[in-house]
Ligand binder design. Sequence first.
Ligand code: AMP
Length: 319
Amino acid sequence: MFKKIYKEIKKYQHIVIARHVGVDPDALASQLALKAAIELTFPDKYVLAVGNGSVKFSYLGKLDKWEHLDQFLLIVLDTPDKKRIDFADMDKASCIIKMDHHPFIEAYAGLEYIDEHATSTCEILMDFLEKMKFVIDTSVAMLLYSGLVSDSNRFLFDSCSPKTFALVSRYLQNYPFVLSEVYKPLYLRPLKEVRLEGYIAQNMKASDHGVAFIYLSNDIINQFGTDSAAAGNMINHFNFIDEILVWVVASDDLKNHNIRVNIRSRGPIVNKIAEKYYGGGHAMASGARVGSIEEVEALCAELEEITQDYIRRLETNED
Ligand code: AMP
């Protein structure tokens, strides 16, 4: 499949690289890294990285304005389904390629490379760029490392494999950079976010079976001077708590007129529930968007059910 993708990249003069709405570091870094690698390898090609940006991740690099192009190849990264692609003109593309690490939802491209066991789309690209002998430089390597570190939550997830570490090792060897230069912009955060984290720790409710939940209303978010995106990202700070198996942060998103729901798990498979609430994601890291607090409560009730099931099955197996 890598060879077929490479052939298409070689063939097209105009290439557009898109990814999912609600940009995150893996989606953005993979997009910018692939654009840079194509430009370094094929200096005559015209490549655009498109989609809405985010001030929070702007340190990774700049996106391009969409200009109408004739005969272009569209590469969609990190996006399992058509409705979440942050690019309105995909029907104008001459050819579409998908490269993704999410569980399969639907086919929308002529060529689809999916490895749901990879930590990140950046990891898939590390492999692809290396195998297809693209010209890359230290800044491309730093972007790819940033996305991988972010999506694996600093190598915490089971998706980190010997292949992950081997790729990272070779990239660090071949394109050396100072690790703290990646970590500083990725993890430096204002005190107000740490204070909000403290509020969540104090106020999160956990059920007897370990389903924890907090709702952050717009008033609370404003009180701490943060926003829905920052509030949602707090989800990653509540892993490895003994009494908690599944945890949910729901936060008002006034800009999008809905409630952002972030879900994480240390066992029960949560993405099937997220999909029922206009969301999706990975087995143990998912998200959704809902219209009311009642829907969040219904979602939590379903998470409670699957968690009880999960515990029951564990206990039965252990007997
Ligand atoms: P997050 O909690 O935003 O870090 O997202 C965790 C995972 O869930 C990522 O793979 C996201 O792409 C996916 N995800 C988050 N929100 C949604 C949504 N509304 N619809 C589908 N997938 C989502």
